[in-house]
Every structure is written in structure tokens, then in C-alpha cells.
Design a protein around this ligand. Sequence first.
Ligand code: PHE
Length: 330
Amino acid sequence: MEHWIDKIDAADSLEELESIRIAIFGKKGELARAFADMKNVPAEEKPKVAKELNLLKHSLTQAFEKRKATLEAKALEERLKAEALDVSLYTPRPQSGALHPVMQTMDRIIEYFTDLNFAVETGPLVEDEFHNFEALNLPDYHPARDMQDTFYFKDGKLLRTHTSPVQIRTMMEQKPPIRMISPGAVFRRDFDLTHTPQFHQVEGLMVDRKGNVSFANLKWILEDFLHTMFGEVDIRFRPSFFPFTEPSAEVDISCIFCEGKGCRVCSHTGWLEVLGCGMVDPNVFKAVGYEDVSGYAFGLGVERFAMLIHKIPDLRSLFEGDLRLLEQFQ
Ligand code: PHE
């Protein structure tokens, strides 16, 4: 009956082991039969045969218990493996939307000025020459019209090239004093590394009784605004020209990429131009019928602000809709 020990050791599963157990230890099993056969053993040999049988039963029991423990451990291990939670497993998450970085920047700019009680005005994207050019002191023959390459419609209307026509519309609809900004899309026939045919501007206009609005007021608010947007930067006002302001200036901040030392982004000047501004030209007030007033105006490009605030090197990446970029701005 020793061969049963090999069978026990070879049992591959608890089920197989159980059927072996029944065959050996069961009521009608081999051991029961062997003990029953004792009655045929001559009396003088009985103690010896009984002892051998008991020893065999003992080693079979030991072999069985040992195999059972091994198979149970194996079964437990397999169950744990099957039920294990793989925390490194990738599961796609639902994607949440977010405002585009240009719109986030626009909102920050709007918030700065609305906190100072500037009203937010809007105007049509399809403009006419009067509001986009003429009233802004750019008559037909004025060479400054070449500054802005314009998308014209057949009927002479055009896509506005800047947000300045909203100054004109607001002044023609409202009496002074005026304190407004105008955010929105503008269009130019420009497409290269640093220009796209559509972009966004925020215009600003402040008008009050003559003498009540000065260049000093303009300088103060733009310096405070730029420090709010860009932090501790140097700011300089550089004399410039716009047909609708006199005097005019362009405003630079010290380059935020190289801290003014000079790099590729600032063309090694240490400065980045961020907006245009000036005192509203008397011809503009004449065009809208305002008298005895003075005012300042400014205009800025929102994409440029977004790129500088977030240090985005390529303007086009703002328009490609690449989620890998956009997800960084949630
Ligand atoms: N409209 C000008 C532009 O698009 C910006 C500007 C606005 C400059 C108001 C001065 C005053 O370049």
C-alpha cells in the first residue's frame, strides 16, 4: 500500500487529493479493508501485522496532511493573484474642459479694469471704413492705412483691424465722461511666425472734462496694470505714432525671458513691446462731436500677453487645439 504515498504526493489539486483520501481512509477504503482482513491473520502474528498497519496509517496520514497544506497554500496564492487590484493599471479619465489660455488672459485683463469701474463695451466684427479708419483720423489718403492690411468685403465693409472703432461707437452713443474697455477679436491679412489673421485685443478709453485726464493718469494706470499682469518688471514709455492719439507712445516691459539681459525673444534689446497708447487726438473728438474734453486711449494684444505670462514661445501653438498644451491651463 506504500504506492499510495506517491499518489498523495503527486496529487495536483485539492479535489484529486480528496478522492485519494476517500480511497485510502474512507469507510470502504483500503485501510478499512486491511484492518478488516486482520481477522484472517493467525493469532501469533496479529500484534506484528497490527503494528505495521498502524505505522502505515500514520505515514499515509502525514503524507496526506503535508500535501493538503501545500495544495491549500497554492490555492490561496492563486486566489489572491486572481483577485488582486492592479493600482498601476491605466484607466482613461473623463476629460474636463477649460477656458482657452487666451480667454483666461482676456478675463484677467478685464477683471483688472472692471475692478477700477471701467465699463465693458463691444462692437461689431464687420465694420465700416468710417468707424475703423476715418473717425480715427485715418482719412482715405492717409499713409497710415498701410499700417494695417485689411480684409475687405465687396460692399466696402471690412473685418475690423483693431478694437479702436468701439471707442468711436461708444463716444457717439454716450456723453462724457467715459471710462471703458473693449475686448474682442480683430482681423488682419497677416500670417507668419508671430502673426495670425485673427487675434484679440483689449482697447481702453478714458474721457473727461478738458484737463481732468492727463498723460500722467495714463502712465500710472498702465504701470499698475502691467505690474499686476507681469509682476516686478521694468516699464518704459517710448515715443511713437498712432493717427488717433497725440502724443503717442509704445510701452515696453523688461524681457521676462532674460530679465533684461538680452535674448532671442527680445531681439537682444532686453525689452518687449506690450501695448500702444496716447492722448486721444483732437480730430477723433471732432469726429464724434465731443468738445472741451481730454482723454487717453490704449490698445493691447491678448495673445501676446498670454504668451508672455505663460512663457509660450510659439504663437501658433495657441491655435492648433493640441490638448497636450491646453490641458496645462485647466
Ligand atoms: N489700435 C492700435 C493698434 O491696433 C492700438 C492703440 C489703441 C494705440 C489705442 C493707441 C491707442 O495697433
